[in-house]
Design a protein. Sequence first.
Length: 229
Amino acid sequence: MRHGRVAALAAVGALLAGCGGAKGPGAGAAADALRTARQKVAAAGSARVEATMRNGARLSSRSTGTLSWSDGVEGTLTVRVTGGELAASTRRLGGDPSQARFLPDGYYTRMTDRFAALQDGRHWIRYPYDATSDLTPADCLKALGAADDVRKVGRVTVRGTETTHYEGTSGKRHLEVWLDARHLLVQRAYREGEFTTTVRYSDYGTAAATATRPPAHDTVDFDDVVTEG
């Protein structure tokens, strides 16, 4: 059966797939600003990423790397567990740091030999994307722009950069983005219950990120994972 220690690792992908649920075109100045930003970041095609995740008291992590999105999302992130009740067991099964590879069909997490011993020697877990996942900054801006209650909050400095802050709700998720003077997305965040993520973007248009697909014989789908206990 799927164990909570392994299921917790699925949250890594949620760092970048947390803005789903767009319903339709938004209206007003806030939605217009978000549409402009969406065009800007889509054209940029890639950026450096720093993401943090907290799942209540259970697990928290920090991920860094570079992602491209011109032809489906692609790139590799280094993931470090930073705390939580499941931190020790997650490190034993997933390693610390661990690696997440994003490819157009899903993302892959590298696990330890201890995990592989339970999976016929396979070290990688494949997590297919949910149909509503928004993996790129442009996707997230589209989702927030379509929210019925999207609004401009005000001006705020994010890590030394002057930004304009927008927020709204999509389904049960509270979404926030911060745009700089060039209409590029500097930071985005969402909250749903105890689950919160923050993703920061920099160096737009940096060299295209790549990720190597793990060998099929060394990969197990998340739905097929079995663990002890």
